[in-house]
Design a protein around this ligand. Structure first.
Ligand code: ADP
Ligand code: MG
Length: 469
């Protein structure tokens, strides 16, 4: 790290910007006040961005950093800033989508200075919205994403010229759709720098469209999109139910497709399941290649964890990697989250990352998940679906046998899985009082101990809710 910094400094000797100098001074002070591991984990990845009057803007890799730093080191930061910038000194955090500076702090073999463009300055003055952190070479290949990845690579070699037009990638959250479709964009720009590539989510597309209507600029809006070489739209499911946006998108799609321009879409479900999406669009989504990404298998999870931990600058034993891979199975975002949390825990307690700490962290994450995802409403919805009864009936005084059972199961699970009081739970089910909830709880305990199939259903519901499915 020191070496890297030194070479950087020598290289830009006379043009070191003021914000860099100021942030360096801050770092020197911060370093004195905290353990090394904390410094390396939380402060080194930060990049200075701009100094304006007395306000220093810094780029942090993600929100989690801001929250963590503010929570644990607010005073240290404030003191440092007023020492360096004076009493009126201010610090502003900016989230750096690029995030590759995390690698700067690591012992990774690749150099950090070459490749990626500065995320703030758009290529060719054209804002692509692409984040350089999404590349093919940091996308771990596995059975679950093999086909999607192969198609993505093929497209980036030959945009618009393969039969994969559009490329439609679908799958659940955190499985790497955004990563993959942005990697295509980034790669196309390396090979064909003059191409107009744009990435955006369908939500933003819709917002822009609505704004263009309000400002009488629909013509300009469609012109802009019709002139692209590569259009990448993420989370296309956001277009469902938005008919006017769909109409406009339909025309843009046709124009681009006809002109052999590449269209890349992602979605949380396959085209046929997009309720509220115009049939003619659905049929076009299937014109090229529709391919899914699945949750990663164990081996892929291990590979991803190895890869990510290295890029975070830590080396974990196989035992720890396997422990995480074994326990965190749902998606890749969660694998990443676990690593970040593990780092945080290590640095918070000035501890080495060992098996015990990993175990504790995983446990913390699963309890956290339970608390955040489970609400009485959520429970009611899922229970009613399982028992096929109307949610409203469960909230009313309906005494039909199957409604009563669903209601009691919902009350039972609400008591088990949330921290709500008996009174609150009763209020959610038609204003019943706490003794009714106790009765329901006891009754379901009894019934599940006697009835194997009911027990199975209730356990299944509990697992489903705890896993946030
Ligand atoms: P989605 O768009 O499907 O919800 P993302 O593309 O945002 O998922 O992926 C979530 C996180 O996991 C991102 O940080 C991404 O870089 C990472 N990720 C996903 N798939 C892979 C993979 N195969 N290899 C490495 N990192 C991955
Ligand atoms: Mg996404």
């Amino acid at each position: 790290m020191d070496n890297l910094k030194t070479t950087k400094k020598v290289k830009h000797k006379n043009i070191v910007p003021k914000h860099t100098i100021v942030w360096k001074e801050c770092l020197t002070l911060i370093k004195k006040g905290i353990p090394n591991i904390t410094y390396n984990t939380w402060f080194l990845p930060i990049k200075p961005y701009e100094l304006e009057n007395n306000t220093l803007k810094i780029l942090v890799p993600n929100n989690y950093f801001v929250e963590w730093i503010e929570e644990h080191y607010n005073t240290l930061i404030n003191n440092t800033i007023s020492q360096v910038l004076g009493k009126d000194g201010k610090l502003v955090y900016l989230i750096n989508e690029a995030e590759e500076e995390v690698e700067d702090t690591t012992t990774l073999p690749q150099s950090t200075e070459q490749k990626k463009p500065d995320p703030i300055i758009p290529a060719n003055n054209f804002n692509t919205n692409l984040s350089p952190r999404y590349q093919f070479d940091n996308y771990v290949k596995g059975e679950a994403n093999e086909l999607a990845r192969a198609a993505a690579i093929a497209i980036s070699d030959n945009p618009g010229e393969t039969s994969f037009n559009p490329l439609f990638i679908y799958g659940g959250v955190g499985l790497g759709k955004t990563h993959l479709i942005q990697a295509i964009g980034n790669n196309i720009l390396v090979k064909f720098p003059a191409k107009k590539v744009i990435y955006l989510s369908a939500d933003i597309f819709t917002t822009q469209f609505v704004e263009s209507i309000q400002t009488n600029k629909v013509g300009e809006f469609s012109k802009f999109y019709n002139e692209l070489d590569v259009l990448i739209i993420d989370d296309i499911q956001f277009l469902t139910g938005r008919e006017r946006t769909q109409d406009l998108f339909f025309h843009i799609f046709n124009n681009l497709h006809q002109a052999r321009k590449q269209i890349i879409l992602s979605s949380d479900k396959p085209p046929r399941d997009l309720k509220g999406m115009n049939e003619r669009l659905i049929s076009r989504f299937n014109w090229g290649l529709t391919v899914d990404v699945q949750p990663p298998d164990f081996e892929t999870r291990v590979a991803i964890l190895k890869n990510k931990s290295l890029s975070f600058g830590i080396e974990l034993t196989n035992e720890i990697i396997e422990l995480i891979a074994y326990n965190i199975t749902s998606n890749i975002r969660e694998l990443e989250g676990t690593l970040i949390k593990l780092l945080a825990n290590a640095s918070l307690n000035s501890k080495e990352i060992d098996f015990e700490l990993a175990r504790k962290t995983i446990k913390e994450i699963s309890t956290q998940k339970k608390q955040t995802n489970i609400s009485i409403d959520n429970i009611t919805r899922i229970v009613c679906k399982e028992f096929d009864v109307d949610e409203n009936k469960v909230r009313e005084k309906n005494r039909k046998k199957e409604v009563v059972l669903a209601r009691q199961v919902a009350m039972y699970l609400s008591k088990k899985l949330t921290k709500s009081s008996l009174k609150t739970i009763g209020l959610h089910f038609g204003g019943r009082d706490h003794s009714t909830v106790i009765h329901a709880y006891n009754n379901i305990e009894k019934l599940t101990s006697e009835d194997v199939s009911l027990n199975e259903i209730v356990t299944g519901l509990k697992n489903k809710l705890e896993l946030g499915l």
